[in-house]
Design a binder for this molecule. Structure first.
Ligand SMILES: NC(=O)c1ccc[n+]([C@@H]2O[C@H](COP(=O)([O-])OP(=O)(O)OC[C@H]3O[C@@H](n4cnc5c(N)ncnc54)[C@H](OP(=O)(O)O)[C@@H]3O)[C@@H](O)[C@H]2O)c1
Length: 394
């Protein structure tokens, strides 16, 4: 039995992780849950249903609402006082980092944004295995996180696929890693000026939270994944390629030195990589269904249109530069995505603004954690300023 702590349990990854744990009650048990604090009713439902020891919310002001929701949920289920475990409640900006060090076997970080960096470091420093969906913490933290590489298990479907394919050969036999990209909702389009948030949120193959969905539309997500692959697998950037595969059935591939390519394929269902990350290196019996070979199936692959989607090249360049560049890029992108979703920034303005922020940020080659956080704050401030200037010009 593995004890699991879920960070971001109310989100897309988090709720699917709860499903996975429920599908393997003899293998996995949730002992702690954490979220931002925007959906306390859902968090309380999960906490009472799973009988967890501890619940954490990042917003200190959500603590009392969460306590009340926990009592209400216990009553709704017909528990009277003493009949169920009342979980400890942690609240405030450090609560998720405290939860990440809670005694357990695996921490799954399914939070959105580089605010996940402190919990990521906390889980790793406490010696936990970290099932990492929150790629932003790895991208921003870079060399602060990679010393703990052996404790990291990927949740992103591409990196889970790569980890599975890498089992098929020796390290020195690997020639390159090929990440697949669905191409997002705007594949094949070149005029993206008038794109609306609703259009960007309509992903053709994956149902995910809003930030990663917009990142998939700009392809910044694929760029962050290239940086993630470099950091996770210690493979040089010139051995990392991206190919567009609209069906999202092949999740990534490893090419070996003899020209052989191993690919991992499955329906686009995050429960598979989540289950593998929680059970790693073992597979769980039934987190998801396999491919259906009874119907005719087409798998297409095409090169990435780097002119229409310059974001992958931009991210790769920031990754190659290293130091604070990926942290600045990610922080600026988070600000720009928020501005786009609020209707303050046009879609092409996201990547243009991010490029401007990264290009001019005060670069540090070997940042401390404090310097990474400072870089992020400065990049967010500069991105907001540039968005404001764009609004004023339009
Ligand atoms: N969704 C996918 O299929 C998928 C696939 C691959 C990788 N990922 C990665 O997984 C991560 C989560 O994505 P998602 O799609 O699941 O996002 P999501 O649906 O937006 O969920 C985000 C979760 O993070 C919590 N959260 C937000 N701000 C927080 C804060 N300041 N402190 C603590 N918790 C906070 C949210 O809590 P509240 O409910 O309280 O706001 C929610 O539980 C991202 O890094 C994404 O890139 C996602």
């Amino acid at each position: 039995m593995r004890d699991v702590v879920l960070l971001g349990s109310t989100g897309s990854i988090g709720t699917q992780a709860v499903d996975v744990v429920r599908s393997a009650p003899d293998r996995l048990r949730v002992v702690g849950l954490g979220a931002g604090g925007d959906r306390v009713e859902l968090l309380a439902q999960q906490a009472v249903a799973l009988g967890v020891e501890v619940v954490a919310v990042a917003k200190a002001t959500a603590a009392s609402d969460l306590q009340l929701a926990l009592y209400a949920e216990a009553q709704r289920r017909g528990f009277s006082a003493g009949q169920h475990r009342v979980p400890k409640v942690l609240a405030g900006p450090d609560a998720l980092a405290e939860l990440a060090a809670w005694p357990c076997d695996v921490v799954l970080n399914g939070m959105t944004g580089s605010v996940g960096l402190a919990p990521t470091l906390s889980a790793l420093q406490a010696g936990r295995t970290l099932a990492l969906a929150n790629k932003e913490s790895l991208v921003a933290g870079g060399p602060l996180v990679t010393p703990y590489r052996d404790q990291l298990v990927p949740v992103d479907s591409e990196h889970s696929a790569l980890a599975q394919c890498l089992r098929g050969g020796r390290r020195e036999e690997v020639r390159r890693l090929v990440l697949t990209a669905s191409g997002g909702p705007f594949r094949g389009r070149t005029d993206l000026d008038g794109v609306t948030p609703a259009e960007a949120l309509a992903h053709p193959t994956w149902d995910m939270g809003p930030v990663i969905t917009v990142n998939s539309a700009t392809l910044v997500n694929k760029g962050l994944e290239v940086i993630e692959a470099h950091l996770l697998f210690d493979v040089p950037y010139d051995a990392l390629d991206v190919v567009v595969h609209p069906q999202s059935l092949v999740h990534s591939m490893v090419e070996f030195t003899d020209g052989s390519t191993l690919a991992q394929a499955s329906p686009p269902d995050m429960r598979l990589p989540i289950g593998l990350a929680l059970g790693w290196p073992d597979r769980l019996p039934r987190p998801a269904y396999g491919l259906d070979w009874t119907a005719a199936t087409r798998w297409d692959f095409e090169p990435l249109d780097e002119a229409a989607f310059p974001s992958v090249g931009l991210c790769k360049a920031a990754g190659v530069r290293g130091g604070t560049a990926p942290a600045a890029l990610n922080a600026a992108n988070e600000e720009c995505v928020a501005a786009f979703l609020d209707g303050r920034l046009a879609f092409p303005g996201i990547v243009d603004t991010v490029a401007e922020v990264v290009g001019a940020h005060p670069f540090r080659e070997r940042p401390t954690l404090a310097e990474v956080l400072e870089t992020e704050e400065e990049a967010r401030r500069r991105a907001r300023e540039l968005v404001g200037e764009r609004v004023a010009r339009s």
